[in-house]
Design a protein around this ligand. Structure first.
Ligand code: CO
Length: 134
C-alpha cells in the first residue's frame, strides 16, 4: 500500500540556524520558510535527490510541536511521510486492521496542499507516520 518516502520531518528549536546548517554545512537545496497556520507550524523544505526533509518549527501557542520540543529541547525526528495512491482506501484498511488513525480518520490538507493522515505512534513502533495522497 505505501509507496515512496515523501519526507522526513525534523522538529527544530531554531529554524534559521537549522536551515543555515543544511544549506551551508550540508550543501542542501533549502527553501524559504512557509507558515502553515492550519497545522501550527512554520516549515522549511529541503529538496534531496530522492526525498525531502521538512524542518518544523512551532507557530502559535497551540502548536503540536511545542510539546515535542519540550521533551526534545535540541530537536529530533518528528514523523516520516509515506505516499499512498488513495488516502480514503488507506484509512479504511488501517482502521479495519486495528490501527488508530488520528483526527477521526478524515484526511486534512497537508503542507504540500495534498490530503494527509497521521497514524498513532504507539501502533507503529514509536514512530508518528504521515500518509500523503500523491
Ligand atoms: Co509532514
Amino acid at each position: 500500500m505505501i509507496g515512496r518516502l515523501n519526507h522526513v520531518a525534523i522538529a527544530v528549536p531554531d529554524l534559521q540556524a537549522a536551515a543555515a546548517q543544511y544549506r551551508d554545512m550540508l550543501g542542501a537545496n533549502v527553501g524559504a520558510p512557509q507558515d502553515e497556520p492550519d497545522h501550527g507550524v512554520t516549515v522549511v523544505f529541503i529538496e534531496l535527490p530522492n526525498t525531502k526533509i521538512e524542518l518544523l518549527y512551532p507557530l502559535g501557542d497551540a502548536s503540536p510541536i511545542n510539546g515535542f520540543l519540550e521533551k526534545n529541547p535540541s530537536g529530533g525526528i518528528h514523523h516520516v511521510c509515506y505516499e499512498v495512491d488513495d488516502i480514503h482506501a488507506a484509512s479504511a484498511r488501517l482502521v479495519e486492521k486495528g490501527a488508530r488513525v488520528l483526527g477521526g480518520g478524515e484526511p486534512k490538507i497537508g503542507a504540500h496542499g495534498k490530503p494527509v493522515l497521521f497514524l498513532h505512534p504507539k501502533d507503529f513502533n514509536g514512530t508518528l507516520i504521515e500518509l500523503e495522497q500523491v
